[in-house]
Design a protein around this ligand. Structure first.
Ligand SMILES: [Fe+2]
Ligand SMILES: [Fe+2]
Length: 358
C-alpha cells in the first residue's frame, strides 16, 4: 500500500515536543509524600501500609470515580455508577486481616488433596457422597457469583471490602472445583440438581448488608457447620481433607459477614428490624419442609447415609443428621449473638428454633 505524500512529509518533519508540565511533581506536598510503611511481623500487610491520612477509611465518601484513597482528585474524573458512599454500608473491621490470610492460605485442589486415598466405596455411600458434592458444587457457584455482582458497588475508598470479596471469589472457585472433582474421581458422578430457591434469595439481594447477612452469616454458616462435621461425613482422608480445607476458607467468609453485621449494629442500630426482615426470608429456605420439598430432603438422606455408614444404618444416620442440624442452628445463633442480634432467638423460624439449646 502506498503512503500518501502528506503523511510522508509529516513523518520527515521533526516532531514538536509539547512544553513540559511537571505540576504533578508538586502534588505530594506533605499529603502522602514522606510516609514510609514498614513491614511488620507478618510482612508488609495492609495494616502496615494503611497509615496517615490515606489509611483512614472515610465514614462518608464523596468520591464517585475510581480515584483510590489517598490520591489527589481530578475535577474532570468521570463517575462510575452506583457505589455506596457510607462506610457502614460495606465495612468490616477484619477485612484487611482476612484478605492477607486468604492470600497466604490459598491451596490447590489438584495437589493438596490426597486423591490416591480414594478407594471404591459401597454403591449407596458413593452415591450419597456424590449427591452431597452435586449440591455443594451448585452452592459454590452462587457463593462466587454473588460477591462478583457486588464488587462495582463498593466505593474505591473502601477498597478493603473489595479486596476481601476478590479473595472470596477465588476461594469459591476452588470449592466449586474440588467438589466437582470428587464427584468424578471415584465413579459416582454428579447426581440430582437441587431446588435453587434458597440460592436465588442470595443472588437477588438488593442491599450489601442484606446480601452479607443472608449469604455470609446464614447460608455459609450452615455450610460451614456441615464442613465441620467432615470427619464424620468423609469416608477417607481425601474427603476429610476436602472438608477441612474448605472449612478453613469458609471461616473467613463467615468472619467477614459477622463483623460487618456487628459494624452495622454498632453504628446504625436503627437498621435492626430491616435486618430481621432479611433473616426471616433466608430462614425459610434453610428449614425446608420435607413434606412439600422431597428433593431438598435428598440432601438430608444423603448425609444420613454417609454418617450412618450406609442405608442399613439409616436410623442412626438420621439421628446424626439431626445433630448436624442442631449444630448448625446453635452456631448460627451464636454468630448472631456476636453480631449484636441476640434477640433473633425469640424470632427465629420455628422449624429452626426447635433445634436451639436453651
Ligand atoms: Fe465455599
Ligand atoms: Fe464461602
Amino acid at each position: 500500500m502506498a503512503i500518501d505524500v502528506d503523511t510522508l512529509q509529516k513523518l520527515r518533519t521533526p516532531m514538536e515536543v509539547p512544553p513540559l508540565d511537571l505540576s504533578w511533581l508538586n502534588l505530594n506536598d506533605g499529603h502522602t509524600y514522606g510516609l514510609r510503611a514498614k513491614p511488620g511481623k507478618r510482612g508488609l500487610t495492609l495494616d502496615e501500609i494503611e497509615i496517615g491520612p490515606p489509611g483512614e477509611v472515610p465514614e462518608q465518601s464523596d468520591n464517585r470515580s475510581i480515584r483510590v484513597r489517598g490520591s489527589h482528585p481530578r475535577p474532570e474524573a468521570p463517575r462510575v455508577p452506583g457505589s455506596y458512599v457510607g462506610r457502614a454500608d460495606v465495612y468490616s473491621e477484619n477485612a484487611r486481616l482476612l484478605y492477607e490470610e486468604a492470600v497466604q492460605r490459598q491451596w490447590s485442589s489438584a495437589t493438596d488433596i490426597p486423591w490416591n486415598e480414594l478407594q471404591p466405596l459401597p454403591d449407596d455411600i458413593e452415591r450419597a457422597m456424590c449427591q452431597l458434592c452435586t449440591f455443594l458444587t451448585e452452592v459454590e457457584f452462587i457463593a462466587g457469583d454473588t460477591p462478583g455482582q457486588w464488587l462495582p458497588k463498593i466505593n474505591s475508598e473502601h477498597h478493603e471490602t473489595k479486596l476481601f470479596l476478590l479473595t472470596q471469589i477465588m476461594d469459591e472457585a476452588r470449592h466449586l472445583d474440588v467438589f466437582r472433582k470428587r464427584a468424578f474421581a471415584n465413579g459416582g458422578g454428579l447426581l440430582s440438581s437441587l431446588p435453587q430457591d434458597g440460592l436465588r434469595v442470595i443472588i437477588e439481594a438488593k442491599d450489601f448488608t442484606e446480601m452479607s447477612a443472608i449469604m455470609h452469616v446464614a447460608a455459609e454458616g450452615f455450610v460451614q457447620s456441615l464442613f465441620r462435621m467432615g470427619e464424620y461425613i468423609g469416608q477417607n482422608d481425601a474427603e476429610k481433607r476436602i472438608f477441612r480445607m474448605c472449612g478453613q476458607d469458609e471461616s473467613r467468609h463467615l468472619g467477614f459477614g459477622v463483623m460487618h453485621l456487628k459494624y452495622v449494629m454498632d453504628n446504625e442500630p436503627w437498621r435492626r428490624e430491616e435486618i430481621h426482615h432479611y433473616l426471616d426470608r433466608v430462614e425459610t429456605t434453610l428449614a425446608p419442609d420435607p413434606t412439600d420439598d422431597p428433593v431438598s430432603f435428598a440432601l438430608f438422606e444423603a448425609l444420613a447415609i454417609l454418617m450412618g455408614g450406609g442405608i442399613k444404618n439409616i436410623d442412626s444416620g438420621i439421628n446424626m443428621s439431626m445433630q448436624v442440624q442442631k449444630k448448625r442452628v446453635n452456631e448460627y445463633m451464636h454468630r448472631l449473638n456476636v453480631a449484636g442480634l441476640g434477640d433473633r432467638r425469640e424470632r427465629m423460624n420455628p422449624m429452626l428454633k426447635q433445634f436451639l439449646d436453651n
